[in-house]
Each structure stands twice: as C-alpha cells, then as structure tokens.
Design a protein around this ligand. Sequence first.
Ligand code: NA7
Length: 539
Amino acid sequence: MTDESSDQFDAIIIGAGMAGLYQLYRLRELGMSVRVFEAGSDVGGTWYWNRYPGARFDSESYSYGYSFSKELLEDWEWKEHFSGQPENLKYVNYVADKFDLRREIQFDNQVKACHFNEASKSWTVTLEDGSRATCRYLITAIGVLSVPVMPVIDGIKNFEGESFHTGEWPHEPVDFRDTRVAVIGTGATGVQAITEIAKTVGHLTVFQRTPNYCAPLHNGLITPEEQSEIKANYDEIFSKCKTSHGAFIHNPVRGKAVDQTPDEREEFYEKLYTERGFGIWMGNYRDIMIDEAANETISQFIKKKIRARVEDPAVAEKLIPHDHGFGTRRLPLESGYFEVYNQNNVKLVDVRETPIERVTAKGVQTSNQEYEFDYIIYATGFDAVLGAFNRIDFRGVGGVTLKDKWAAGPRTFLGIQVEGFPNMFTLVGPHNAATFCNIPRCIEQNVEWVSDLFRHMQAKGHTSVAATKAAVDEWTEHVHETSERMLFTKVDSWFMGINQNLKGRDTRKFLLYAAGVPKYNEMCDEVAANGYKGFTFGT
Ligand code: NA7
C-alpha cells in the first residue's frame, strides 16, 4: 500500500555524489518526478567527505570528469593532471549549478529504511528525521567507499587531543605546524595524507600494519598547450577508456612479462615508473595480475625502488610488502611518500612488531612505549562496497532484508538489481564493473543503461521490473568464475570484503567485478538488445 501521508515521486535516488547527480539529470529528461536524499549538507559524495590534506584523483582529471555534456567539457578547465579535493568539489558544485540540480535534492537527511510495498509495487523510504516518501523506482547511489571505519583499539575516546577519520574530515583547514601528529593506516588515503602532512608538521609518527607497494603519481600543472590538446581530444580520451579494463586511459601492452628478457622488462618498468598515473598497474604487461612469476618481476622492481629511495635500510625493509604481490591490493599513487621517511621529524612504527595496546589521554601506547600527540588521524579505511547498503534497512518482497539476502556474499544481476527487490537499482553496487573502475566512466554507463531501461518501460507501459533468480544465479557465477584467475582474489584487502575492524568480515567474499569494463558493458548491452532478458516486467 502506498502511504497516503508521504511525499510521492516517480523515483528516489539515495546520494548526491557523482552517480546520484547524473542519474537525476537523466531522469529529469525522462519527465519523471525525482527526489534525491543526501546525508551531507551539499553535493559531492566522496569529494564532500574526504577533505584530508593530500586528497586527490589517481585518475587523470580529464578522464574522470563527466563526458555527457560537450558544453561542460568545453567550459571546465582542469588545472592539474591529477586534481585535488578542493578543486574536485568545486567541479561537482559547478555541475550541480550548471544543470540546476539542487532543487530536487534534500540535504542533511540520511535514509534509514527502504521497504517494498508488494500491492502497489512501490518503495517507502524512511529518513532519519522520521519523514517518509514513496516512489515507484528506488535508485541507490551510495558509493563504494562511503562508510568510514574506525579501528578497534581500546581508549580511542580517552584521547584529549583532536582526532579525525580521513573520511570525516573537518570543513576548516587543520594547521599541523609545530604539532605532534599520528597517522594510523597506510592505504591509498594514508599515503596521500602522510605525504602532505609531513610538509608542515612538527613531528609525525606513522603507525603501519601492512606496507603497500606504491608508485609515483607524477602530478603536474596542465599547460595551456596541454589544455587545448585535452579539449580537442576528449572523444579519443573517452573511447580509450571504453577499451580499458578499468576504464582508465591506460591499457596493458601486448606482451607478457615472462616472455621478455630481464633487460627488456627492466627498461619497460623504468619507463612506466617515470610516467603519470596508473600506467604501471593498468598499462603493464597483461600477465602481471594473473601469473605469480610475472607478478614477482614487477614486485621486485618496486621493492628495489623503495630501497633506493629510503635512506635507512631498516626503515626501507619495513616499508616493503612481504605478504602480497604488486597490484594485488589497491595501488596507492604517491608524490614523495618514501622520502617522507628520510625526514628526521618522521618516525615509522611497525605495529606488527610493537602492537598498539590502547589510545591514552595523551596519545598511543604500544607494546614498548607511549607516544604523545596533539592529533591522531585515523586513515583506517571504509566498510567497502557493502557498508552503505548495510546501514539502510532494505526490505524487498516478503519483507526479506537485503542483509539476509547477501549473508553469504552479494548476489545480483549485472550488479544493478537484486532478485526479490523489484524496481530497485544499485548504481556502482557489488558485482558491478563500477566497483573496479575509473568510477565516473562506469557511473555514466550504469546511469545510461538504467535510464534506457526506464525509456523501454515507458514505451511498453510497464511499471515494474524484477531480475529473475536464474539471471542472478548466472551473473553471480560469472562474477566468481572470471575473478578466480586474478591474483588479488588470493590476498586480503577491501576488494575481497576483508576488514579486521568489522565483525564477520574475516573471510574473503569477492565484492567487485574482475572481467573488465569492456566485457561488462558488452554484457549489459546484450541484455538490453535481447529485450532485457533476465528481467520480468509488470504493470
Ligand atoms: P584502506 O586501503 O582500507 O587502508 C586502511 C589502512 O588502515 C590500512 O593500511 C590498514 O592496515 C590500516 N588499519 C586499519 N585498522 C588498523 C589498526 N587497527 N591498526 C593499524 N592499522 C590499521 O583504506 P584507504 O582509505 O586508505 O583507501 C580506501 C580506498 O579509497 C582506496 O583503495 C582508494 O580506492 C580510495 P591493513 O592493510 O588492514 O593491515
């Protein structure tokens, strides 16, 4: 039954980040009434929340922006090859203003529950302030890394200095000059934050549990000549992304690492190490992500680079990964990260050697000493992929919860729909290529595909759509089958749903899609071309 007292819309979108905004733009074109609910006070998603020092793209800026509007591409000028958070947030705001998107967005309101009404085939959405709204179509645009996770360490609340999680950074700049700062965590976020904080800090202590391979970003300002070239070549840039495994401008080279001579490999790796962005990960030999022997060659190369860049050999050894191969966890890109450890006001604490026992009023107590701080920064990551779904009480047909449905791991069709949850669409959801992607490229594909589906339904007079169990079973099998050969499925990381700070997240469940963006897009197109095979429609 539709709730008479609630606001009613054709569609509700949860989240006003890159995905939510573009979906709103497209649904408006279809003449739908739409409401977007956003927990933050403004648009931007990731770029709204992650304001920590050093936050920036690892994607080339011009491959990250929206491609749907020629006018927008012409108007907007990226200043840096890898743009920083303040500029990125400005960009999202610019888009929201340019297309007048704010009028359908309700800010400062977190969605708490979404329940499907079987009789009316509609969704009731309940917000944290208790208000409710109903819609026919429910679209989640809640992000892959949007639920920050604090570490499980005793005494965190006792600390008398200031502390922040990088994903919930204050809106005012924090001045670290002449202060003693701790950073806990050395993932992609920690690497960016540590490098930036080290530039001004009084004293910095980094608490590292697992070292990561990192490679140089090689950021730089975009010159006027480069700007003209970028603008003249946008079509080419975006079509290149369409052919790339992760929708970046980087594509693997033809040869295999194991077929080259050591000198040939060395020369190629040296070249990649001097080039911008993810080339060394995404534009490398095609076997480095699937063959351990091939992977070992690039792993050794990066280890050698770390040893060369870090002056103290004992510190260098601590910064070198020993339990996984290069690129099998998310590769942090860096701009002088290893040199930070050559500063005499920076200390690296390996918490596997001296575990953190608790946070105290003054700082951090490890097994061998107490460190005193003015600030503790938690760069401890997110409840990846599933977290944003788990914090909303989704209930589909028969009152079944999404949590129960996914208890043994996500099951979806195309990473877009869940069986038993009709008219609900999970943009950038689990088992969707967008989870392992230069995200806006996949967001545009997801949004356009869903919008085309609505157009199809409008033309046919359908008002409900549901993925079949057979389609979900087949897709889930495809996702697992195509991931098996990837080396990253044999390593603990957020890709595999592992998070030591969350209960029940100690067994690997594959959350991403590893067959690549081109394959994903092809399969989505095939489903559409076959009259949306795998879905049933109703009125
Ligand atoms: P990540 O990649 O999940 O990194 C979190 C880091 O925090 C990682 O180094 C963890 O070590 C560390 N961590 C977590 N808990 C603890 C405790 N209790 N003690 C010490 N260290 C801890 O998150 P990021 O924010 O860096 O990056 C997430 C994504 O955002 C990134 O992949 C990009 O796509 C953008 P661990 O490795 O678990 O030993």
